[in-house]
Design a protein around this ligand. Structure first.
Ligand SMILES: [Zn+2]
Length: 518
């Protein structure tokens, strides 16, 4: 059903349009309140006796692409209630229409608030200008700050973690409601006492998910002694991997001894050669993929991102500098490679002699092809012998020992085999750490106690002791489905908001923008 549009329907409810004037870029609309009375702010009685009139100038929502200025002809009333201290008061309007002293209608203010929450001061101000909403950067931030955070329901499951105001210098604390998946509070530091004070005001909290750092754990046990604490699974996994690295570090002396005396097992070498050949095929695939992407017009940066190869490698491939010991496969030597390999293993390493014998078998290539092959072969053996003599860093060894065999090169395979053969406690430590990771992934809470017992007599004792000390929270992390993972996600969002504020953020504003925007 269509109706005639009455001018009063476009101004805030409760007002009647007196006149509308077009003043260039601005539409000026004069309005009056239609009510006969207004309630006194002193005694809440309705007053009807008008003392005088005055006009209030306000900004309102834009209309037809123009800014709108409302002129409200407002009244002053006399309050006749005998006991009221107010003799005269200014007319009050509905809270959802116009606040006392406001310079914008409530409906405009709520849009300004939304813009400020979503975009922050400066970007919001320039966007607002495009929407014909004249509002300054400062005003936007003031509105966001004044409105603060909407009251949230009292949480029962919270996650608590720290975040960096300024990396390595200043930290704050974020608290999330894990059930409603919302941040609910920012605290200005990460002191135990600050967190404790906040937690103590929330006695309904039953679960606190926190990292393995001591300060939040202390705060939670003091403020909420009966709440269940849950350690963070991701940090646990990280700590476990780190414990294995420490075990490798502690074993470096034995590792060096073992590798100095390593007798290379010929059986292993053949396996390693096979790995090397598979590696070659894999590399060829990678090279082909990189070249194909480059032919398709992709930049080095894009190729690095898409394939996960290093920048240096991609560049080498594109320049055709990635050499490989098996490269001659495509040459005229191809049919004779197996025979050549066997000769080489048998000790026939003279290129000239090999070429003569090849010719007798019908090989038609020139001597250069064969001598290049022997030179490459010699170089590759030297490189492998060199890398076998060098003891890798503890970090590298830890990584190699936890990487699948299939992903190792020939010399890496030999290195790891030597270490595994000579430093047995490391194998046990690796098994212990793998068991820990598996326990967390499978949520196998019943395995925790036997795991601690086993780990305490391994190379990762100190990690095991730490786990034993925080046993109930770690048991909860293994068994319960609550996790601080989503708090990490909120921290990412917080960083984004913080960056938009160019480092000038005060905590109340940061909190309003993070939490108010929900
Ligand atoms: Zn009164």
């Amino acid at each position: 059903m269509s109706r005639t549009l009455h001018p009063s329907t476009i101004v805030p409810p409760g007002f009647r349009v007196e006149s509308a004037v077009d003043d260039g870029a601005v539409t000026i609309i004069t309005v009056r309140d239609t009510g006969k009375s207004s309630s006194c702010p002193g005694c809440a009685a309705d007053a009807e006796r008008v003392h005088s009139r005055y006009s209030r100038r306000l900004a309102d929502l834009p209309l037809g692409g123009r800014q709108v200025r409302l002129i409200v002809v407002a009244r002053r009333f006399r309050c006749d209630a005998p006991s009221c201290p107010r003799a005269i008061f200014t007319e009050r309007f509905g809270k959802d229409v116009l606040a006392p002293w406001a310079r914008r209608t409530a409906r405009l203010e709520s849009i300004v608030h939304c813009l400020g929450l979503a975009l922050g001061g400066r970007p919001a101000a320039s966007f607002a200008r495009r929407l014909m909403v004249p509002v300054s950067n400062d005003t936007l931030l003031r509105v966001v700050r004044r409105r603060g955070c909407p009251p949230s329901p009292a949480p029962t499951v919270v996650g608590i973690d720290d975040w960096a105001w300024k990396r390595n210098q200043r930290y704050g604390t974020i608290i999330c409601d894990l059930e409603r998946r919302r941040p609910i509070r920012l605290l200005p530091d990460r002191e135990s006492a600050t967190a404790q004070a906040w937690l103590a005001g929330q006695p309904q909290i039953a679960v606190v998910a926190r990292d393995r750092g001591g300060s939040y754990s202390l705060a939670a046990s003091k403020a909420l002694p009966s709440a269940m604490q849950v350690a963070d699974r991701w940090h646990l996994m990280e700590n476990a991997s780190h414990a294995f690295l420490d075990a490798v570090r502690k074993s470096m002396r034995q590792i060096r001894a073992v590798m100095g005396a390593a007798i290379i097992n010929p059986e292993l070498l053949t396996a390693a050669e096979r790995l090397q050949y598979e590696g070659y095929l894999r590399r060829e695939d990678a090279n082909a993929a990189i070249l194909a992407r480059a032919r398709g017009g992709a930049s080095i940066k894009e190729i690095v991102r898409d394939t996960g190869h290093s920048r240096g490698l991609v560049r080498r491939v594109l320049r055709g500098q990635r050499s490989d010991v098996f490269r001659s496969r495509e040459s005229s030597l191809e049919p004779y490679l197996e025979w050549l390999d066997a000769q080489w293993q048998a000790g026939a390493r003279n290129g000239c002699e090999l070429w003569r014998r090849l010719k007798r078998q019908g090989f038609r290539g020139c001597l250069r092809v064969v001598s290049e092959w022997t030179a490459r072969r010699r170089r590759a053996e030297k490189a492998d012998a060199d890398s076998l003599r060098r003891v890798p860093s503890a970090r590298t060894i830890a990584r190699l020992m936890t990487t699948g065999r299939d992903n190792l090169t020939k010399s890496e395979t030999v290195t790891i085999a030597a270490i595994e053969g000579g430093v047995a406690p490391l194998i046990e430590a690796r098994a212990v750490i793998n068991a820990f990771h598996a326990m967390i992934r499978k949520r196998a809470g019943e395995e925790l106690a036997p795991w601690i017992e086993r780990a305490q007599s391994s190379l990762v004792t100190s990690f095991a002791n730490g786990v034993a000390k925080d046993k109930s929270a770690i048991g909860a992390a293994v068994a319960s489905h609550w996790s601080n993972g989503q708090t990490e996600g909120q921290i990412t969002k917080l960083k984004l908001v913080k960056r938009q504020m160019y480092g000038r953020a005060k905590i109340d504003l940061l909190e309003a923008r993070l939490i108010g925007a929900g």
